[in-house]
Write a protein that binds this ligand. Structure first.
Ligand code: SF4
Ligand code: SF4
Length: 92
């Protein structure tokens, strides 16, 4: 499922740069936000969600229960976002 950012976000911006392949993260009016149409849980690029890995606040980037998706659906999303590209082995 796509990830979301909670109100605990301190708007440090660290996650935005880490999502540079899918460009799913942007600065919102109050906190940073994730576009669920672009978040693949990093499937296709990284073995784990990069935003979670770099965020200084534990539990700030979390799976969004309103956007439940299987691994297959996440990888299909990656295919739509990256036509003609090859995924990184072991990330989907
Ligand atoms: S899980 Fe990956 S693709 Fe989704 S917002 Fe975080 S860094 Fe971007
Ligand atoms: S890394 Fe965490 S605290 Fe920093 S902007 Fe992203 S979600 Fe907010």
């Amino acid at each position: 499922m796509a990830y979301k950012i909670t109100d605990e976000c301190i708007s440090c911006g660290a996650c935005e740069a880490e999502c540079d392949i899918n460009n799913a993260i942007s600065e919102g009016e109050v906190i940073y936000v994730i576009d669920p149409d672009k978040c693949t849980e990093c499937a296709g690029n990284y073995p784990s969600p990069r935003c979670v890995d770099v965020c200084p606040i534990d539990g700030c980037c979390i799976p969004d229960p309103e956007h439940e998706e299987t691994k297959e659906q996440l990888f299909e999303k990656w295919r739509r976002l990256h036509p003609g590209e090859e995924p990184t082995p072991g990330t989907y």
